[in-house]
Every structure is written in C-alpha cells, then in structure tokens.
Design a protein around this ligand. Structure first.
Ligand code: SF4
Ligand code: SF4
Length: 153
C-alpha cells in the first residue's frame, strides 16, 4: 500500500503518526505502518507544551488553526534566541538546581523547581526589552502569554 493510501485509510494523518509515537493512539497497530521517523530533536515535554499552547491560542485567543500554527512556528524560531539572551541565572530567584532558561517563552513557562520569589531581573533582560514584555516572575507565574491571558479571563 502506498504511504498516502495508508494515511487516508487508517485515519492516521501526520498528527496521528505523532500521537502514535507518544503512545496516545493505537494507530500503529492497525496495519503494518510504514516507518515514520519522529522528530528526534523534540522532547516529549516540549511537544505536549506546544500542543497545549496551540490549544490555548485557538480556544482562548480565538485564533484559527492556520494562525495558531503560524504562531507556533514563530515561537519555535524565537526559542533559541530567548534562551541565549536570558539573564535568569543572574537573578536572586534562580536556584542552582534549575537548568531551564527563558521562562517567559510560551514553550517553557513556569519552572518545576523554583518556588520562592526573591526579586526578578526580567525587566533588565534584552529579551524583555526587545519583545516588549509586560510581566515578570515567569519562573513562578508562567509565561508572558499565559499571564496576559489570565488578565483577560
Ligand atoms: S525576560 Fe526573563 S525569563 Fe525571559 S529571557 Fe529574559 S530573563 Fe529570561
Ligand atoms: S523569570 Fe524573573 S524571577 Fe524568575 S529567574 Fe528569571 S529573572 Fe528571576
């Protein structure tokens, strides 16, 4: 069976294949599925966070599927720059056990380790200034996008 036929007959589009990879569907079991290599560079946590952000864009911000996809692509493109420029490590709130950076970014958001707020240097960060961010304490209060959404709900 051609790969295209397989996708159509098994209802396993690209999203189905991705979900099957993460064990969320029985897609692969329906028939001898062609081997589709998952995006090796995308860790599980990042994938689920991306899906969550996309859902928020559609459900809470009224974006269309197309608009949300374009925004996700833009967020993805900006993530390395955000992490590179992040100055969280110089912040009194940052803890030695933390390894993550760029908590303001929607794909990162709240830290799983940092809980105590001891000051926030975000307003001095080049990312903050360049992106015109308005909030802070992203490591404890979630990303800029989530904080802005919370204000509107
Ligand atoms: S604004 Fe804050 S969380 Fe975002 S990159 Fe800068 S220091 Fe890090
Ligand atoms: S998000 Fe703000 S409070 Fe948290 S570590 Fe970064 S600079 Fe500090």
């Amino acid at each position: 069976m051609k790969r295209r036929d397989f996708f159509e007959k098994s209802s396993c589009g690209l999203m189905g294949i991705m979900m099957a990879y993460f064990g969320l569907t029985s897609c692969k079991k329906k028939e001898e599925a062609p081997t589709v290599e998952p995006a090796a560079e995308a860790p599980k946590e990042e994938m689920s966070r991306k899906d969550m952000v996309k859902k928020m864009l559609i459900d809470k911000m009224g974006k269309t599927e197309e608009e949300a996809s374009a925004m996700i692509a833009e967020f993805e493109e900006k993530l390395p720059m955000v992490k590179d420029m992040c100055i969280c490590k110089t912040c009194p709130t940052y803890v030695a056990e933390e390894t993550e950076l760029g908590f303001c970014h929607p794909f990162i958001g709240k830290s799983k380790i940092i809980t105590e707020e001891k000051g926030c240097v975000c307003p001095k960060c080049p990312v903050y200034l360049k992106m015109g961010l308005k909030n802070g304490y992203y490591c404890t209060r979630k990303s800029e996008m989530e904080q802005e959404m919370a204000k509107k709900s």
